[in-house]
Ligand binder design. Structure first.
Ligand SMILES: [Zn+2]
Ligand SMILES: [Zn+2]
Length: 238
């Protein structure tokens, strides 16, 4: 079966040469992005804040925000800044259904995981959940798609059943900093606490803005008995 499909794909490539998702120029990259757009993806260079991945000076281990808020996360990483190609691609992925972009996201995140040896520390990958109605509207949870690709790549189990979002909330991006904290409070639930007991968990999400959602999820997982909670996001807002 594979051969006819390959021939058909090659035929399609001749009739309809692949174009870059971003700029529409022809491209041959496996990601569907041209070299010019790919070059605009830059991982955040070290040193990083240990809790949120923001770039800090060499004398700091935590950024001022993380010192002030006492995050529950043991260690947190952010791969890129939310701008340029990554921002556009996340938008296409979340709101326009370009699920194929998960390959580039997976490779960016996997590179970060390998570099920091995160995979050696975690027992489970858990995507930040979204409320059931929102999932039905969007047809999928984007964080879950990212988490699944990492789970397959590193052969680390993913759990999507035991951390649930139990209330509808206004989108965090529509709110100011103070309101974001209140907005996510008491909105997550650990369904079967035994699953998390004593385990090291990696929370995965696409975008980090104030970290209120990640912190709340980490708090719930720790209350459910998790040993340590780490976090990894594809991009951070500031
Ligand atoms: Zn391009
Ligand atoms: Zn920080």
């Amino acid at each position: 079966m594979e051969k006819p499909i390959k021939v058909f794909k090659t035929f399609l490539d001749i009739v309809l040469p692949p174009v870059c998702y971003m700029c529409g120029k022809s491209c041959s990259s496996k990601y569907g992005l041209c070299d010019f757009c790919l070059e605009k993806i830059h991982p955040i260079p070290p040193p990083h804040c240990q809790k949120c991945g923001r770039r800090v000076t060499t004398s700091e281990s935590l950024c001022a925000e993380c010192i002030a808020k006492k995050s529950c996360v043991e260690r947190g990483w952010s791969c890129c800044h939310y701008k340029d190609t990554i921002k556009e691609c996340i938008h296409l992925f979340k709101y326009r259904g370009y699920v194929g972009l998960v390959d580039i996201f997976k490779d960016v995140m996997a590179g970060f995981i390998k570099k920091h040896r995160i995979h050696e520390e975690v027992n489970f990958i858990v995507p930040v959940p979204i409320y059931a109605t929102k999932k039905r509207e969007r047809t999928y949870n984007h964080a879950e798609v990212l988490a699944r690709s990492l789970s397959k790549f590193f052969v680390i189990p993913m759990d999507t059943k035991n951390l649930k979002k139990i209330k509808w909330t206004q989108s965090q991006s529509e709110l100011g900093k103070e309101k974001r904290l209140k907005n996510v409070k008491d909105t997550f639930l650990a369904v079967d606490r035994n699953v998390f007991s004593g385990k090291s968990i990696l929370l995965v999400d696409d975008v980090y803005t104030t970290g209120a959602t990640i912190d709340e999820c980490a708090k719930i997982l720790l209350l459910a008995g998790a040993g340590k909670v780490f976090s990894l996001v594809l991009a951070r807002g500031a």
